[in-house]
Design a protein around this ligand. Structure first.
Ligand SMILES: [Zn+2]
Length: 296
C-alpha cells in the first residue's frame, strides 16, 4: 500500500522532477547518491537484508538510470564542483559472510564496484553482531580471507570501527582511537592495502561527533560516510552542504519503490536539514589524489 502511494506521488511530481534534473544538469550541479546496503541473501529476512532477486532489480534500475561509480570517483566528482551526470556509488556496512555468495559476485559480473565497510572485532572473532544474536539469527560475519578476495576483485574495503560502537557516546579520546585508528590499522595489516574510507556505525547525527570526526581526519581518511539520508551536492549552499568529505548516504535496504522515489529527486528530500554535530577542519585534497580505480 505504501509503495502504491509512493508510486502515485512519483507520477504526480514526475514533470517537476524531470525539469529539475534538466536545470541541475545545465548548472553541472547534479547531486550524487551514495547508497548503503547490509546483507543480500534469501534466508533470515530482516530490515537490513535484501533478497537476491531484489538486489538484481536494484542494480538493473540503477544501471539504466545512473552511472554507478566507485566511492572515490563519486567523491572526485563532488570535489570538482561540477557534475552533470546522474551518479550513484554503492556501499555495504557491517560485513556479512552471505554477501560473498551472491552480492559481491553479482557486482563483479556486472563490472560494478562497491566500498565494503567492516567492523574488525566480528571479522576476527567470527561472532555474530549483538543485534542479530538478540533476534535469534546469529548470522556469520565475513572472514579475513573473504575480505582479501573481495579486495583482489576490486571491491574497496573500508573501516567501520572495531566493535560497531555508537561513537556518539564515546567521549574518551583513547577509546575513540581504538575504535577508529587501531581497527583500521588491523584492517590494513590483514589486507596489505591502504584503507581510505570510514563509515560511522548507525550513522545518524547523534551517532557522530566532533571527537570522532577529528580522530578520523587525523588518521587521514579521504572521506567518511554517515547515514544522514541525504544527497551530496557538487556546489555547496546553506541548504546543500558539500559532500566531498562527509558523504551522506541513503539507506537502500528498504526496497526499490522507496529508492526510485528518492533517486528521481523527490522534492521533499532535496534539502539537508540536519544540524551537523561537527566541523571538518582539515580537508583532504580529494580532487588532486588519483590512485588507480579498482580493477573492473
Ligand atoms: Zn553498521
Amino acid at each position: 500500500m505504501k509503495d502504491n502511494l509512493l508510486w502515485v506521488y512519483q507520477q504526480i511530481t514526475k514533470s517537476q522532477r524531470a525539469a529539475l534534473l534538466e536545470e541541475l544538469r545545465a548548472q553541472a550541479n547534479v547531486p550524487v547518491a551514495v547508497l548503503f546496503y547490509h546483507r543480500v541473501a534469501n534466508t533470515h529476512e530482516s530490515p537490513w537484508s535484501l533478497s537476491c532477486d531484489n538486489f538484481c532489480r536494484h542494480l538493473d534500475w540503477l544501471q539504466e538510470h545512473f552511472e554507478v561509480v566507485s566511492l572515490h570517483k563519486a567523491q572526485q566528482r563532488l570535489a570538482s564542483g561540477n557534475n552533470a551526470t546522474p551518479t550513484v556509488a554503492i556501499t555495504f556496512d557491517d560485513g556479512y559472510a552471505d554477501n560473498a555468495d551472491f552480492a559481491i559476485p553479482q557486482l563483479i559480473s556486472r563490472g560494478l564496484t562497491a566500498t565494503y565497510f567492516v567492523a574488525t572485532h566480528f571479522v576476527e572473532s567470527g561472532q555474530a553482531f549483538p543485534h542479530d544474536a538478540a533476534a535469534g539469527t546469529p548470522l556469520r560475519p565475513n572472514t579475513i580471507e573473504q575480505l582479501i578476495d573481495f579486495a583482489e576483485q576490486g571491491i574497496e574495503i573500508g573501516a567501520h570501527t572495531n566493535t560497531h560502537a555508537d561513537l556518539g557516546r564515546i567521549h574518551c579520546r583513547e577509546q575513540m582511537e581504538q575504535e577508529i585508528v587501531s581497527s583500521t590499522h588491523k584492517l590494513e595489516g590483514w589486507l596489505n592495502r591502504e584503507i581510505r574510507y570510514f563509515s560511522f556505525p548507525y550513522g545518524l547525527p547523534e551517532n557522530t561527533s566532533q571527537l570522532a570526526v577529528d580522530v578520523a581526519m587525523e588518521y587521514g581518511f579521504l572521506g567518511f560516510c554517515t547515514a544522514y539520508g541525504a544527497w551530496n551536492w557538487p556546489q555547496a549552499t546553506p541548504d546543500h552542504p558539500s559532500g566531498a568529505v562527509h558523504l551522506r548516504r541513503i539507506h537502500a535496504d528498504p526496497g526499490l519503490e522507496r529508492l526510485k522515489n528518492w533517486l528521481t529527486l523527490d522534492p521533499r528530500k532535496l534539502r539537508d536539514n540536519h544540524q551537523l554535530p561537527f566541523r571538518i577542519s582539515a580537508q583532504p585534497q580529494v580532487a588532486q589524489i588519483s590512485p588507480p580505480e579498482p580493477v573492473q
